[in-house]
Each structure stands twice: as C-alpha cells, then as structure tokens.
Ligand binder design. Structure first.
Ligand SMILES: Nc1nc2c(ncn2[C@@H]2O[C@H](COP(=O)(O)OP(=O)(O)OP(=O)(O)O)[C@@H](O)[C@H]2O)c(=O)[nH]1
Ligand SMILES: [Mg+2]
Length: 324
C-alpha cells in the first residue's frame, strides 16, 4: 500500500495546473524574477494553501533568490515542495492492524499458516452527506483486499433509501463481503451483526459505512454514539479508527465540520475525497495545520484504485510538478 506517485500527479491535475503549470512551467522557461514570484504567491492562495504556508514557501524561495539571482524555476519548485513536506511532517496516517504474520504464535492452527486476528480492526467512516463515505468504504475494502487482508463491509447507512443497495452493488462489483439489512433498520444492530460475522470469519478489517449527517444535528450524532457503544459490546477497543470523510473541494468549510465531529465523536483521522475535481487541493495543508488529525487516504477519482494512501512527499512533489 504505497502512495503511487503517478496517481497523485494525475489525481491532483487541476491543482498541479494551478501551481506547477502556471508557475513551475513558467519558471522552467525562465529564471525567477519579481513577476514570477508574485504569480506563484497568487497561485498558492488560489489553490487554498493558506496564508501561513504560502508565506513560508515564498520566504524560502525569496531567500534563495536573494542569494542566487540566477535561481531557476525547478529549483524554486524543489524548495516549495520541501516546505510542504516540512509543514506536513507527521500528517500521514498509517493503517495498522490485521493478521499476524505466518510463524507467529498460534500460526500452526491457522489455514495457510496465516494467523487470524484476535478481533477485526474496525474502521468507521463518518461525515456529512455526499462527502464520499460509501464509495470510500468500497474502495478501501478493495484496496485492503488487494493487500491480502480479509475485509467485511457493514452497511450502516440504513437511513437514506438506496444507500444499502449502493454499497451492495459496489460489493458485488468488487467481490467484497458485506453485511446489510434493510432501509429503516437499526444501524447499530447492523454494526453489531457485521462485527460478529467478521469475527467468525477471521476477517482483518470491518469497514463501517454510516449515513451522512450534519454535524449540527444532535439526534444523528447520537446515532453514531450508539453504533460505537454497540461495537464496544463486542470489542471495548472498537472502533479502532473513526475517520471523517471530507470533500476536499470545500476548503475551510471542512475544517469547521471536522472540529465539530471531532468534539462529539472523537475522530482518529481523515480521508480527503474528490481532490481530482478541484484546483484547490492545497486545502489539505490547512486542514492538517488546523486539526492535526492524520490523513489516511486521498480520493483522487471515482475508480477503486483512485483511493490512495496519503503520502506527503508524493503530494508535495506532485503539486509542484516535480518528478518522484
Ligand atoms: N471525482 C471523485 N468523485 C468522488 C470521490 N469520492 C466520492 N466521489 C463521488 O461523490 C459522490 C458521493 O459519494 P458517496 O460515497 O455516495 O458519498 P456519501 O458520503 O456516502 O454520501 P451519503 O451517504 O449520501 O452521505 C459519488 O458520486 C461518488 O462517486 C473522489 O475521490 N473523486
Ligand atoms: Mg453513503
């Protein structure tokens, strides 16, 4: 599960166009000057990198330019990418969990020498309506399966008509195991049953899709708390991950959402989706700076393989149009 550089570059193409093509591309043809610096500054603002990060990038490049008036565009892009990496230090979520390696204690009893996990690692995906929870559940299940992990999906959006069908059709398409009930069923009961099924089948991960909800609606936030309580009847440490799925094109709006969800539910990380559809992919940096919640995955398109583990170096180099 490595962040594929080419995916970052193509998925972030609109942001790359705003930063790299307008600035690095332009720099490529000529050396740094006052006009190109101004263009870079404007492009960074427009792409939602935020005041602080933009200032830090400009400061570094201006300093290098002062010392070397022959500074080339590519060198400036390298400096910008290095600043982003520094700012994003610690922002990469690492998904642990799953089966113990063959040869570990008890492995002789396991099929194929693979040690079943004592309990599934539970990932709950939450967020406002339409942020990408259901598609992320499916894509994540597929990604983990590609990585050799056993996965069960829990269709806990029993609220929206057709939500269960949506996840079921993804599960069929990607050949994923799913536990679902009907629209209107108790979502916490589905979570409970899905956990039991995942446990009985020795699955490594249980991915819980939940209904979209406004963070301001307390009754719906209570439903999330109930899902948590019920999961904890099975495993007091569940859910091991509670990720807010945020639409990356919403910029600073998502920061406010995340704050409220974090306060009422206790988030452990983020998935930022729809970055392929926006030229404001710099928002990730602001989100990290403000919230300090690790970013686990980025949604860089609609296909299963477009969900990529967040990799700060890939991200930083991609947006500045550099090679990996
Ligand atoms: N281009 C693009 N589209 C995405 C991405 N992630 C999700 N989408 C699309 O966004 C739309 C909403 O996605 P869902 O997964 O249904 O969102 P949700 O959060 O489950 O929505 P509710 O259950 O209604 O709250 C769908 O059309 C997805 O295909 C992404 O990374 N890139
Ligand atoms: Mg959904």
């Amino acid at each position: 599960m490595f962040g594929l550089f080419k995916k970052f570059k193509s998925g972030l193409a609109k942001t790359v166009a705003a930063i790299a093509a307008k600035t690095h591309g332009l720099f490529g043809g000529r050396k740094i000057d006052a006009a190109s610096l101004e263009e870079l500054e404007e492009a960074l603002y427009t792409a939602d990198f935020g005041v602080e990060t933009t200032a830090e990038i400009l400061k570094e490049i201006k300093e290098a330019y002062r010392q070397d008036p022959g500074l080339q565009g590519k060198q400036a892009a390298e400096l910008g990418a290095a600043v982003l990496r520094r700012v994003l230090a610690g922002s990469e979520g690492v998904l642990a969990g799953g089966a113990r390696p063959p040869g570990a204690l008890g492995s002789e009893n396991a099929p194929g020498g693979r040690v079943p996990p004592s309990n599934p690692t539970v990932i709950a995906l939450i967020g406002v309506n339409g942020s990408g929870k259901t598609t992320t559940s499916a894509k994540l299940g597929w990604l983990l399966k590609q990585d050799g992990r056993g996965v069960t999906l829990a269709a806990c959006d029993t609220f929206r008509a057709a939500a269960v069908e949506q996840l079921k059709s993804w599960a069929t398409r990607l050949d994923l195991e799913i536990v679902a009930s009907h629209t209107g069923a108790d979502s916490a009961a589905v979570a409970f049953d899905a956990w039991q099924a995942a446990k009985a089948r020795h699955r490594d991960f249980l991915i819980v899709d939940t209904a979209g909800r406004l963070h301001t609606k307390s009754n719906l936030m209570d439903e999330l708390a109930k899902i948590r309580r019920v999961l904890q009847k099975n495993d007091p440490t569940a859910p091991h991950h509670a990720w807010l799925v945020v639409d990356g094109s919403l910029g600073s709006n998502s920061i406010e959402q995340a704050r409220v969800f974090h306060k009422s539910f206790g988030l452990t990380g983020l998935v930022v989706t729809k970055l392929d559809g926006t030229s404001r992919g710099g928002a990730i940096v602001g989100i990290w700076r403000e919230l300090r919640l690790p970013i686990y995955f980025l949604g860089l398109g609609e296909q299963p393989e477009d969900l990529q583990p967040f990799n700060a170096a890939n991200y930083a180099r991609a947006v500045f149009g550099l090679d990996d």
